[in-house]
Design a protein around this ligand. Structure first.
Ligand code: MN
Length: 413
């Protein structure tokens, strides 16, 4: 099979770390979406794709592919049991293997969890995998509608994942491609924000494959990017097996017979699914929440403290000259007061308002702010000097100049 492929993964707009892991080597493609507190999610998803990548290429057949999921599960559970930090970690895993079945080149697509595989076949997009979620089960049993499922509060609760139980109950599908078809593997960070219709439109657009992958990530981010987003696009350029057209038969079929049995057997007990796994891991979520709240509170307190200190400083350095029962006086504080500070009288001068001219008197009544006590005192001194000068002039109508300007006078004379 001649292929080209493109990968893209992004932390999204909300999460701090990317717990998704992706892998592609031309024969094997995988997306894993890790969950669990601290580093757990990252470790689990990495372990999952690493285990897959270690299948020797000579053994890349259906059986090795199937058992690699069990091996990944074993490794994740073993790591988790040896570390307090990794306890409870798990991951989804959606993978595609390029192989041959009865002389025909096919993809085997294996899935556990709610990451998805889609197939764009002759311009039509279909979902290959079924979500192993509580809501997915409800949807398949007909208890809720597609619309209800899309907005269900528990749509992130998984019913299956790697790292949870000793046995792995994955689904395997066989996909028979035609040239031009595209296989898409993605984590739920894409699906939460981008509809199947939008995905189809982007895949059908004429952009280079990598740009189509980037566009998918961009779309999820533009509509919120609340989760890590990963996509792998695999485009079939050509097939070596002569392309006999299998018209009529579906290009996607269930491969693993075991799955047929389990689906039937499971139906009556759909609502008693053991141990649902909440991907918005409560421990991790609340830890981040408390850290964020603490950081916010600290910032808030610093801000309030800063404002209080500024007000205090501002208040301490505020004076004004005003009217205290007809006398010119210096007040400490802000005209009209500020927050809980009300101005207090510091000095009442001997200067009465009624000896001032109307302009001066009304300025004093309106209060004249001064930056310091000394400035306020000097303002009053100047007023007194002005009043004295006026008195001098009126008492000595023919006199030349008041004392303050005599030196100048003699200089000229
Ligand atoms: Mn996710």
């Amino acid at each position: 099979m001649k292929l080209q492929w493109a990968l893209a993964t992004d932390t999204g707009r909300v999460r701090r770390v990317n717990q998704d892991s992706i892998y592609a080597d031309g024969k094997l493609f995988a997306v894993a979406d890790g969950m669990g507190g601290h580093a757990g999610g990252e470790v689990a998803s990495k372990l999952a794709v690493e285990t897959l990548s270690e299948i020797p290429s000579s053994e890349r057949l259906a059986e090795a592919f199937r058992s690699s999921f069990s091996e990944a599960n074993r490794r994740i559970m073993s790591e988790a049991s040896h570390s307090e930090k990794l306890k409870g970690m798990g991951t989804t895993l959606t993978a595609a293997l390029v192989t041959a079945e009865a002389g025909k080149e096919v993809f085997l697509v294996q899935n556990i969890g709610d990451s998805r595989a889609y197939f764009l076949h002759r311009g039509e997009l279909q979902q290959i995998t079924k979500d192993h979620t509580y809501v997915g089960e409800l949807l398949r049993s007909g208890s809720i509608t597609e619309e209800q499922a899309a907005h269900h509060s528990q749509r992130h609760v998984l019913t299956k994942a790697l790292g949870v139980e000793a046995t792995v109950d994955s689904d395997i599908f066989k996909v028979s491609p035609s040239p031009g078809d595209i296989l898409l593997l993605c984590s739920d960070g894409l699906i939460n924000h981008v509809t199947d219709g939008e995905i189809e439109k982007i895949l059908m657009g004429g952009l280079p494959l990598q740009q189509r992958a980037d566009r998918l990530i961009e779309s999820a981010n533009l509509s919120g990017g609340t989760d890590n987003i990963s996509v792998i696009l695999v485009e079939v350029l050509g097939l070596s097996s002569t392309g006999e057209d299998q018209d009529g038969s579906s290009p996607v079929e269930l491969y693993q017979e075991k799955e047929l049995e389990t689906v039937v057997r499971r139906k009556p007990e759909l609502l008693s699914i053991p141990r649902p796994i909440d991907k918005q891991a409560i421990v991790r979520g609340s830890r981040i929440f408390t850290l964020r709240v603490a950081a916010f509170l600290l910032l808030f307190l610093l801000l309030v403290g800063g404002v209080l200190i500024s007000v205090q400083l501002y208040e301490n350095h505020s004076y004004f000259v005003g009217d205290a029962d007809g006398a010119v006086a210096i007040f400490h504080g802000h005209p009209g007061g500020l927050l809980w500070y009300s101005p207090s009288v510091v000095q009442v001068s001997s200067l009465q308002l009624d000896v001032l001219n109307s302009v001066e008197a009304s300025a004093i009544k309106d209060k004249v702010p001064e930056p310091s006590l000394a400035a306020a005192e000097s303002y009053i001194r100047n007023l007194k000097a002005r009043v004295q000068q006026q008195n001098y002039v009126s008492n000595h109508p023919l006199g030349s100049a008041p004392t303050t300007t005599t030196t100048l006078g003699t200089g000229v004379g």
